[in-house]
Design a protein around this ligand. Structure first.
Ligand code: NAD
Length: 507
């Protein structure tokens, strides 16, 4: 038994927000999953976890919901997502603040995360009238061929702590208009925002009127609950976001039962700064991409590859920005860098910095900031002479490794020489350099940008990366196809039966 829970002011604020957002008090009291705010490290809630046998019932209910939901016309399904988007708009301030309290990102980023949810809902509402297939010319007379897209079933979503709500919405908004049901296993580090989102969804479902029960549900717990979702034969698609280590465990288990996996895993993102780059713009882009979200975005800029002609101009300016950036409570509007998620993340950052020093790196910043309760650190800029092993690893913390280059080909080779392949950028005013970077000989990542940093994607594009990032694509473009079953249909409207490829078979 836990000792009786005495709420601190921070815990009281979390509780007030949760109740306002529609979460029942018994979901956040007396449970075994202890929720701490990274702002102060304080205990803010005791969340009820799902026991493993409950996972079975949740998935069965979701399957029943799918059987009913697939019969609802897609534009009508879109109406539910539209109502959910309205709930998110009304709750944006509260939910954004809860993201800040639970995940530690600064308020404007907490609000931005909720805006991203609203954006994908808007996108999905339009998509609900555009789930179109192709017609294909048949070689047989009086035949027609076409592709149709059908709902897939129950979609499992496993999400990471750093985008505790947006990543779920990228999946759920599309899956729901595609006619699927959704079961969500949020990070055990951020269960509270998930409970709030589920409550908002239920409000939208009640307004919709006849949404089947269990269309969207939660599984609260750790790795074992995630594994139950991954192994369940009734879940044809699992979208899993997190570390490459997680993907390495989940991918083969899904393959074993021939289920689809949409893997969104770790990144190790680089930017190349060319001699013609606008250095004022580059400085601002690098500062946001490398230090924003305290370095805890999958798309965070981790490697900066700077041409030797501009290195000695740009890098001292960057160091000054690193030294001046305000670190502290993410609720303070002047703060730019909030806490790391927990003490383990701070320890991993310090370990990486010691490895970088041992590899000859010149470290500027990176020291822990004491006295704030949570795990705070000054972002680190580390000058490296080459791409040592520590640089090729993703450390989920604000560490920017900086290297010099002479030839663009060498810079592109360095940029591509990591196991991960998520996001990348080039800063240049030279169209030839920009186009080379975007070409088949350029960046090997799923995202390649010009004159903006690697982070801060919009939902209209397909999001995801190659190599150890997992190959999945979420959000815009044609990512919706992952959430549906493609059927190729051939229709014979004639009275004869010609066979394809000239085959004859007379009986
Ligand atoms: P994590 O891998 O520790 O956990 C992610 C989720 O996976 C959690 O919900 C966890 O409970 C679950 N999980 C872990 N092992 C599992 C298993 N064997 N079976 C089923 N579920 C399992 O990641 P984290 O620390 O929460 O997040 C940080 C990582 O996520 C970073 O590597 C970051 O780059 C990555 N990330 C990637 C993207 C992307 O879109 N590519 C987005 C956000 C975060």
């Amino acid at each position: 038994m836990n000792a009786p829970f005495q709420p601190s002011p921070l815990a009281a604020e979390v509780r007030d927000l949760l109740v306002r957002l529609g979460v029942a008090p018994d979901q956040i009291e007396g449970g075994r999953l202890l929720a701490h705010s990274p702002i102060s490290g304080e205990l803010v809630a005791e969340v009820r976890e799902h026991a493993l046998p409950e996972a079975e019932a949740v998935i069965a209910r979701a399957h029943a919901a799918y059987l009913a939901w697939r019969k609802v016309p897609a534009p009508r399904r879109g109406e539910l997502v539209r109502l959910f988007g309205e709930e998110l708009r009304a709750a944006k301030a509260d939910l954004g603040r809860l993201v800040t309290l639970e995940a530690g990102k600064i308020l404007s980023e907490g609000l931005g995360e909720v805006q991203e949810m609203i954006d994908i809902c808007d996108y999905a509402v339009g998509l609900s009238r555009q789930l179109f297939g192709l017609t294909i010319a048949s070689e047989r007379p009086e035949h027609r061929m076409m592709e149709t897209w059908r709902p897939l079933g129950v979609v499992g979503v496993i999400s990471a702590f750093n985008f505790p709500v947006a990543v779920w919405s990228w999946n759920a908004a599309l899956a729901l208009v595609c006619g699927d049901a959704v079961v969500w296993k949020p990070s055990e580090k951020t269960p509270l925002t998930a409970l709030a989102v589920q409550a908002l969804f239920e409000r939208a479902a009640a307004r919709f009127g006849d949404a089947p029960a269990g269309l969207s549900s939660l599984l609260i717990g750790g790795r074992d609950v995630g594994e139950a979702l991954v192994d369940h034969p009734g879940v044809p698609l699992v979208s899993a976001t997190g570390s490459t280590a997680m993907g390495r465990a989940v991918g083969p288990r899904l393959a074993l039962r021939f289920a689809r996996g949409l893997l969104e895993l770790g990144g190790n993102n680089a930017a190349i700064v060319c001699p013609s780059a606008d250095l004022d713009l580059t400085l601002r882009a690098v500062a946001f991409a490398a230090m924003g979200t305290a370095g805890q975005r999958c798309t965070t800029l981790r490697r900066l590859i700077v041409h030797e002609d501009v290195y000695d101009t740009l890098v001292p300016r960057l160091k000054a920005a690193y030294a001046s950036v305000r670190i502290g409570d993410p609720r303070d509007p002047k703060t730019l860098v909030g806490p790391l998620i927990d003490a383990d993340a701070l320890a991993a950052m310090q370990l990486a910095l010691s490895h970088a020093k041992a590899a000859g790196g010149g470290v500027c910043g990176g020291e822990p900031v004491e006295g704030l309760g949570g795990a705070y650190a000054r972002p680190a800029l580390v000058e490296m002479t080459g791409q040592a092993e520590v640089v090729r690893r993703e450390t989920f913390a604000p560490i920017l490794y900086v290297m010099r280059y002479r030839d663009l080909d060498q810079a592109i080779a360095l940029q591509n020489d990591t196991p991960q392949g998520l996001s990348s950028s080039i800063f240049t005013r030279d169209i030839g350099e920009a186009e080379l970077f975007l070409s088949s000989e350029g960046s090997d990542c799923g995202i390649a940008n010009v004159n903006i940093g690697p982070s801060g994607a919009e939902i209209g594009g397909a999001f995801g990366g190659e190599k150890e990032t997992g190959g999945g694509r979420e959000a815009g473009s044609d990512s919706w196809k992952t959430y549906m079953r493609r059927a190729t249909n051939t229709i014979n409207y004639g009275k004869t039966l010609p066979l394809a490829q000239g085959v004859t078979f007379e009986v």
